[in-house]
Design a protein around this ligand. Structure first.
Ligand SMILES: [Zn+2]
Length: 565
């Protein structure tokens, strides 16, 4: 067992001092994780450690590993600099402290299954929110995995509590709260109820939502077994659309309570914290979760049917716009460590996010299940079955097991379909899947009346229009426009916001060119700065952006089943 004491007295300097005590049989190696579950990127948390010392002889062996030699009670002390405000990292200032365990706690190698106790010192009268149980002033984790899976918020935050389905819930809200408490509690409760209904029960004693809503461009969420940390730009929450998008994150992270935390890929847990862990089914863990994040909001009455299908239309448009969308979902998952979290300028041409592709695969699979079972079964049945099976075994799931569960619900054609959509490069026939549940999909490519399109994804940096990525198969890519180029003018006219468009508010900053006044086929002269030199490129404008529209054809019992679950 290890006892960790965290001294928070220097939180205002961004520093948390850690003391770790345990019994050693002679020689132990203490290790800091390089990544944290739920976010598949090597982050090298040990770079924030400083001033490490021990009551016994201590020697550094590698970037994140130290040997401690000497039998008996051992104390290892170190400081952690907490200056990264994100859902995966730790941050401290005079207002509040957020601690994510993977970057705070060393573990003795080979002893991750031992109990971990945490004592917080010099809390200064502030409140504490965490998913861990507190027993006589000590927070208790049954093992290191649970410790890492239980972030702490220390601050003077708003506490909102509610009970539903026999379980208690706390929302610890740090920062701006421009929405009424009652509204927030009601919306969170509706999400919890709608997701609890899918699985038939809430699988925890108590659940903690940690929300950080500063006037800053924050975004993201990270799931845990009995808590989540969500960060958002508090300034935007008074806008109804932004508030709904925030609720999609709440719905997403909460769905992970089952999907990934309890229905987990076999490779993920027990975790190897020292290196990349490869799995090919993150499209299930993340993509299917993204699919439910919106479906649940529709079920909960938070978004309308129209808003729901506008979202699906946007996702299909966004997917098809990316030339890399045929990249297999299995590989997308496997390569997340070097692709999704470390994108280069070619990422959209050669890769597709398993969040996005997985969401659309889930949609197609759900429509297929609904159709083939004539509305007797849906994707909900698959998740309910998976949850109850893996809850009893405690094992992780493999791709082959998943396929056999799909076969059990939708027949072998269901398993075959899932295999084709995740392993191959074929297009997903959205038309026929949506048609089956009573919706028609219209795809209009830009014609004469539309603006020209060069296929440039643009980011605006300090007022400058920079090429983030040229899309393969479009004029800019073929003419040699490169990531990093600054676009100055199009046909002699200054390149401003008027020549760009955000695909959708929900796709944060996905901005593409949209050449108003220039027709498809017309000659275009671009002036660019590249490496601080002026260059000129010529090309012909391409067809406008393809638009995607989904409309209801009439009543459909399959759609009703999709909505009711
Ligand atoms: Zn997720």
């Amino acid at each position: 067992m290890a006892l960790y004491s965290l001294d928070l007295s220097e939180g205002h300097k961004g520093i948390v001092k850690v003391s770790m005590e345990f019994y050693s049989n002679g020689r132990e190696e203490v290790v800091m994780p390089v990544w944290t579950p739920g976010s598949y990127m090597v982050r090298d948390f040990s770079r924030h450690i400083f001033g490490i010392k021990s009551s016994k002889k201590i020697e550094q062996l590698s970037k994140n590993r130290w040997a401690v030699t000497g039998e008996g009670d051992v104390k290892v002390e170190y400081g952690v600099y907490c200056d990264e405000l994100s859902v995966q990292t730790s941050y401290a200032n005079s207002d509040f402290i957020i601690l994510n365990g993977a970057g705070i706690f060393l573990y003795p190698e080979g002893r991750k299954n031992e109990r971990c106790d945490v004592r917080l010192e010099n809390v200064g009268g502030r409140d504490i929110a965490t998913g861990l149980d507190e027993i006589s002033g000590v927070f208790v984790a049954e093992d290191y995995d649970q410790l890492v899976d239980s972030p702490f918020l220390i601050g003077n935050f708003e506490s909102m509590e509610f009970e539903t389905m026999g379980k208690s819930h706390l929302i610890g809200w740090q920062g701006m709260m421009p929405v009424a408490r009652e509204r927030i509690v009601e919306d969170f409760r509706r999400i919890v109820d709608a997701e609890g209904k899918i699985f038939g029960e809430l699988p925890y004693k108590r659940y903690v939502f940690i929300i950080i809503a500063l006037p800053d461009e924050l975004y993201g969420g990270l799931e845990h077994k009995s808590s989540t940390v969500i960060m958002t730009d508090g300034r935007k929450l008074s806008d109804p659309t932004s508030y709904k998008l925030f609720l999609t994150t709440v719905s997403h992270e909460f769905f992970h309570t089952w999907n990934v935390k309890r229905i987990r890929p076999a490779e993920l847990g027990p975790f190897d914290y020292t290196k990349e862990v490869y799995t090919n089914i993150l499209w299930l863990s993340e993509g299917f979760t993204s699919y439910y994040e919106w479906l649940v909001l529709w079920r909960a009455g938070i978004v309308t049917e129209e808003e729901y299908f506008n979202h699906i239309s946007t996702m299909i448009q966004y997917y098809l716009l990316q030339p890399g969308h045929t990249y297999p979902a299995d590989l997308s998952s496997f390569n997340t460590w070097i692709k999704l979290y470390k994108p280069d300028g070619n990422i959209l041409n050669s890769y597709i996010s398993y969040y996005l592709k997985g969401e659309l695969i889930a949609l197609a699979l759900n429509c297929f299940i609904l159709e083939v079972t004539d509305g007797q079964k849906s994707l909900d049945d698959l998740f309910r079955t998976l949850y109850h099976h893996f809850k009893s075994t405690g094992e992780g799931i493999t791709k082959e097991e998943l396929i056999s569960y799909v076969n059990g619900i939708a027949g072998t054609k269901g398993g075959d379909l899932l295999r084709r959509m995740t392993e191959g490069e074929e297009e997903i026939d959205f038309h026929s899947y949506l048609d089956a549940i009573g919706y028609s999909l219209e795809m209009k490519s830009g014609g004469e009346e539309h603006s020209g399109f060069l296929g440039i994804v643009i980011s605006k940096v300090n007022g400058k229009m920079q090429v983030k990525a040229p899309l393969k198969g479009h004029p800019a890519f073929d003419s040699g426009v490169l990531p990093g180029d600054e676009i100055l003018a199009v046909n002699g006219q200054k390149f401003t916001d008027l020549f760009t468009r955000d695909l959708s508010p929900e796709l944060r900053n996905f901005r593409v060119d949209d050449l108003k006044w220039i027709r498809p086929g017309e000659k275009v002269v671009l002036h660019l700065f590249r490496n601080n030199r002026l260059i000129q490129l010529e090309m012909n404008a391409g067809e406008g952006l393809p638009e995607v529209k989904i409309s209801r054809k009439g009543e459909s019992k399959l759609k009703d089943k999709m909505l009711s679950g």
